[in-house]
Design a binder for this molecule. Structure first.
Ligand SMILES: [Zn+2]
Length: 61
């Protein structure tokens, strides 16, 4: 039995997240608060997440 998705909790807004399988060190964006989260560890398809300081770049738009 394989796990199609993984779950975790956003450390910022505490939303329960269900995401496609990710690997440790990967980042994704919380759909609720739009913060970038990094996968610090995975335990039984539960993700341990931390916030990432995102450097907003001015791309001269
Ligand atoms: Zn969030």
């Amino acid at each position: 039995m394989s796990t199609a998705t993984m779950t975790g909790v956003c450390p910022e807004c505490e939303t329960d997240l269900t995401v496609p399988p990710v690997v440790q060190g990967e980042t994704f964006t919380c759909p609720e608060c739009m913060l970038t989260l990094r996968v610090e560890g995975i335990e039984d398809a539960r993700l341990r997440l931390s916030m990432v300081e995102v450097q907003l770049r001015d791309w001269g738009q």
